[in-house]
Write a protein that binds this ligand. Structure first.
Ligand code: 5GP
Ligand code: MG
Length: 183
């Protein structure tokens, strides 16, 4: 099936409403984030990026390739959505990073912040492992959650719509689109 067919809604009748951020906009913004992160940390920080799977996999891959300081990558698997379009609020941790976090600069890379429940559950667990610093870089932020969740780096403020593409899925579809669209 071609990308056009996907866009025209031939994937189970689900039609993309509009492109919210084009591939060009995403590329430019990710490059800016990489530059800011490269400036904020030094080699001595032993930067560890922890990507939240699966949604962050494309963002993380693009982000690290533009970062100019040494870093390591690990992943964390949390699940809250299932196949629906609304968060269940029941956040399950399916894989904890094996890397030692102690004394390191840890940067959690998240695709999108909606209710904030995922990060509120995960951050204390990572903090308990004594990183030197713990920050969040989110590609998208719907700004629905109270101000206690204020990531150091945010790619874009997102509309309160269900978004897909650039790693974000609906029932596992649409992750591979190079832009971000609403469903
Ligand atoms: P939260 O715990 O902040 O409510 O939700 C965070 C997670 O829910 C994200 O990592 C993402 O996997 C999923 N999510 C939240 N909003 C959206 C959205 O608009 N589209 C998609 N595809 N997933 C979302
Ligand atoms: Mg996610």
């Amino acid at each position: 099936m071609t990308r056009t067919a996907i866009e025209e809604g031939q994937l189970g009748g689900r039609r993309l409403q509009r492109v919210v951020f084009t591939a060009d906009q995403v590329r430019t913004r990710v490059r800016e984030l990489s530059r800011d992160i490269s400036i904020a940390y030094g080699a001595e920080d032993r930067l560890l990026l922890i990507g939240l799977l699966k949604g962050s996999f494309i963002f993380l891959a693009d982000l690290v390739r533009e970062i100019t300081i040494p870093l390591h990558v690990d992943f964390l698997v949390a699940s809250s959505y299932g196949a629906g379009k609304a968060t269940s609020g029941d956040v399950r941790l399916l894989y904890d990073p094996a890397s030692s976090l102690e004394g390191r600069a840890v940067l959690v890379v998240e695709d999108i912040i909606d209710s904030g429940k995922t990060l509120r559950k995960i951050l204390p667990r990572l903090e308990a492992r004594a990183p030197a610093s713990l920050e969040v870089c989110a590609l998208l932020h719907k700004r629905l959650s109270p101000a206690d969740l204020d990531p150091r780096w945010v790619g874009f403020d997102a509309p309160n719509e269900f978004l897909v593409g650039y790693g974000l899925d609906h029932a596992e579809d649409f992750r591979h689109l190079p832009y971000i669209a609403s469903l």
